[in-house]
Write a protein that binds this ligand. Sequence first.
Ligand code: ZN
Length: 462
Amino acid sequence: MRCRATKRRWSVSRGCCPTPTVCSTGPDAPREETTTVAAPLPNTQQAMRRRNLSLVLHAVAARGPLSRAAVAGEVGLTRAAVSTLVDELIRDGLLVELGPSRPGTVGRPGSALQLDERGPAGLGAEIGVDRLAVCAVDLRGRIRARTEIAAANRDRAPEPVLGQLADLVRTVAADAEGAGLRPVGLTVAVPGLVARGSSLVVRAPNLGWESVDIGPGLRAELPDLPLTVGNEANLGALAELWRGGHDPELRDFVHVSAEIGIGAAVVLDGRLLRGTRGFAGELGHVPVRPEGPECPCGGRGCLERYAGEEAVLRASGLSPEQAAAEHPGPGGRIALLAVRAAAGDRRVRRALRDAGAALGIALAGTVNLLDPQKVVLGGALTPLAPWLLPVLERELGRRVADPARPGRETVTVSRLGAEGPLLGAAHSVVRAVLDDPAAFKDPGAAVGARGNRAVDTARRRS
Ligand SMILES: [Zn+2]
């Protein structure tokens, strides 16, 4: 059986459709209102309409601009049904028609549909050890406003950090509104464990935060923005999935990222593996040498003790404190290591080789356990990839059970670099809009400028 939306082999879990939770062919499939199955309950009809709205929006997001006929072909609904859904999405300020898409062809030309660049915007924020950053992305995934400040957040009390972050969010939200956008939500990326489905930062060792619920403070400062809080490694992996520019067939991968600590996130079947409590992916505390040095987590010989930024600085003969003072700000110490390695500093190169070996040992267990298509090296690790990769790949090649799978074919380097968590945070809001557009209606979309535009569009079609 093939998915009517994508023509791929249908699977319950594989997410063959643009909307992972909905398949136009499977048993949970949204159907046209004219389907011959038993009359659904009113709430079921409403749920079906909402899913179909999402299908249309996802199709345009993935392959737009598209004509109504092309959308109908993509989602497997009749053209009449799609037209009704499209009209609603235009009225709600989520889609626009760009005008005739095939001028000069025989018959009435279709009008190309595109996501509305003046529609809802997702706000993403990142609380880093060295910086605070906020950005706004539109429905098409473009960054429309962004700001960043250097901030020494290590061991800083949460209240001033959150106050400063809220100021930046207000600035970016105002810039987005000035560009005609409508911010509809905020996701904050933090470098620590976040309890699943909550805003509670259970532990962020590099900030010195334990059991800090950042929700109440931020909601008090930003009462109009729905708030989500996520782990930076998880959000970096989602950015990789949505915006990494990979082959769409890349659905299973392990994303490894680093700031001060080392985190990983596992994406299986296009979905993030969160774990029972939301703590999956703590690669930095996988033991590499069981009798190795003690780790603040209570274990011994954890990966972070060999491949974390401070460990690499020390192994390079550099003081982390002095390096932080002389190279402040985001990425300063990583840039220092990269410059020295590029200049041929033997001690730095040896430290990076050892870090790559430790990463390879830790990741070999993960690859053997999960059999992912790829390991993606992202975050602050990317500038050091030229020196980490050769040894990492060699260790993987030695230790992965499948002899036909050389390490170098398993590892790839992210193009998003240190921007991943921030982009993932903002895009997670946009994905929520695409997944349920009816929940993000613009109350003013049917009147004023948007109303006029809808009328103009209707005239063009008639
Ligand atoms: Zn540890």
